[in-house]
Design a protein around this ligand. Structure first.
Ligand code: NOJ
Length: 511
């Protein structure tokens, strides 16, 4: 386990939208470099950068055309190596995005694989034996290649699935996961990882990590075996490198070797009930909405078994949002966001802040861009200042990658830096607190003290600290052990004798 994860607070950067330094309307590596001090002041000491490789950008870069070359629009490979170097000088680790399940249909491997003549890459992707033979239960394409066969897709039409084999095999063309062709795919992915790790990258967020082997069993054991093998390589060659999975099943992901697994926003899961429980009938039931219709037990009933089963193996990652999820500001007010982030930054595991969430950037209904569809509205340019294009770019506004927030009260870093009670300054205070107290970090003890359905506050212990959260618009109180003192608060709270009195929308850490 890389030791640095214990105190890591990640910042996710969608590179298109972070900071443009050459005036072409799209973000670049030099922009990220320019803002590393901002990231540091925010209290984040690690980055995850979304795919920045050469790509036709039909899925915002998740359609990789060349794993070892960056997209020109962000700069050169040297610029990225430089980013690693400067980030390290500032104590910031950098994760790239690894997309192991598919490539772009324009990747050289696929162009070779499509050919009628057999070659080294013929089995790098999943092909049937005939142009009229489809793939039951999986998306596939026919009629696009000289090769006499149909090929499987992993996600969009532009993303053919790489071949890691099938666990359950019913067709002659389906290879076993230990077939030399499937092992070659795994080794090719290790080669990509080594390439970037040798250049100074600190690990990877891994896209769709759970679905490499097709028709796997319930436990994903064949896909898991691949990750165990990759983890072994990392432990031997790059023991400080971290891998964090898009799996959202920590019992599986952490057992198979990931250091952390994202708790993603899936309808009805515990994380979803905290912030985004608004698509069910009867309005918004999110726990962190102040109207108090939420129920903390819906979160805990899902989270606690996962936490208990995995705390010895690795971490669960809470996110404020990511590039696939509506920003929390879509439904939460600034005051509600303060309490939400306070909770995420005091729970166990490795937390992630999505760029712009720290100032409460909005979610927009926008026409799709680069395969974003409803995700596009979460990917708009970072709002740095009150100046042109909110300081994101000097390009004409109609040339921007996506429009900046046009509202009069669009939140910006510049205005929030000046306001001691802003969301930005609250986040900074919270990250500072987490770095200061080991008890609040990834693997310190976590114990529930008070959590009841439809009741407030929610109280838990982290090591010797007690955290109490009242997201509701009602006053509430709780009994405390004797002699506790306040370490940190949001809103108003008061300790009287052995009771904690909490005003509406308040949060407190006690010792
Ligand atoms: C998950 C990524 O987060 C998403 O943005 C992408 O479209 C799909 N995987 C396909 O790579």
């Amino acid at each position: 386990m890389p030791g640095w994860l214990k105190d890591a607070i990640f910042y996710e950067i969608y590179p298109q939208s972070f900071k443009d330094t050459n005036g072409d309307g799209i973000g670049d590596f030099n922009g990220i470099i320019e803002k590393l001090d901002y990231v540091k002041e925010l209290g984040c000491n690690a980055l995850w950068i979304n795919p920045c490789y050469d790509s036709p950008f039909k899925d915002a870069g998740y359609d990789v055309r060349d794993y070892k070359k960056v997209a020109e629009r962000y700069g050169s490979n040297e610029d990225l190596y430089n980013l690693f170097k400067i980030a390290h000088e500032k104590g910031i680790h950098v994760l790239l995005d690894l997309v192991p399940g598919h490539t772009s249909e324009e990747h050289e491997w696929f162009l070779e694989s499509k050919k009628a003549e057999r070659n080294e890459f013929s089995d790098r992707y999943i092909w049937t034996n005939g142009w009229i033979e489809g793939i039951a239960g999986h998306p596939y394409i026919g009629g696009e290649a000289d090769r006499n066969g149909c090929y499987m897709l992993n996600f969009f039409k532009c993303q053919p699935a790489l071949n890691y084999g099938f666990l359950k095999r019913t067709e002659e063309w389906q290879k076993a996961p230990d077939d030399p062709a499937c092992i070659a795919t795994r080794e090719a992915m290790k080669d990509v990882m080594r390439f970037w790790l040798d250049k100074g990258c600190d690990g990877f967020r891994v896209d769709m990590a759970d679905s490499l082997v097709k028709d796997d069993d319930e436990n994903k054991s064949a896909t898991g075996a691949i990750w165990k093998n990759i983890r072994e390589m990392l432990d031997n060659e790059y023991p400080e490198a971290a891998i964090i999975s898009e799996w959202s099943n920590p019992k599986q992901a952490l057992k198979y070797g990931f250091h952390a697994d994202f708790y993603l926003d899936h309808r009805g899961n515990g994380y979803n009930t905290l912030l985004r429980d608004y698509e069910t009938d009867g309005g918004d039931k999110s726990f962190l909405k102040k109207d108090g219709h939420g129920d903390i037990m819906r979160f805990l009933n899902d989270y606690l078994p996962k936490y208990d089963a995995t705390r010895k193996d690795g971490y669960i990652s809470f996110i404020t949002c990511n590039h696939d999820t509506p920003r929390p500001r879509r439904t939460l007010s600034i005051d509600e966001l303060k309490i939400a982030y306070a909770m995420f930054l005091t729970l166990p595991g490795v937390p992630f802040i999505y760029y712009g969430d720290e100032i409460g950037m909005r979610y927009f209904e926008l026409p799709t861009k680069e395969g974003g569809y409803t995700r596009t509205g979460t990917r708009t340019p970072m709002q740095w200042s009150e100046g042109k294009n909110k300081g994101f770019s000097t390009a004409p506004s109609d040339k921007l990658y996506l429009p900046v927030d046009p509202s009069d009260d669009a939140p910006t870093v510049e205005s929030q830096e000046k306001d001691p009670s802003s969301l930005l300054n609250t986040v900074k205070a919270l990250t500072k607190l987490r770095h200061e107290y080991k008890d609040l970090q990834a693997d310190s003890e976590f114990e529930i003290i008070y959590a009841e359905a439809d009741e407030f506050p929610f109280v838990y212990k982290r090591g010797d600290l007690i955290v109490a959260i009242n997201p509701s618009d009602k006053k509430t109180s709780a009994t405390l052990p004797k002699n506790t003192t306040k370490v940190f608060e949001i809103g108003e709270t008061e300790i009287k004798d052995a009771s904690l009195h909490m005003q509406p929308q308040s949060f407190v850490v006690l010792k």
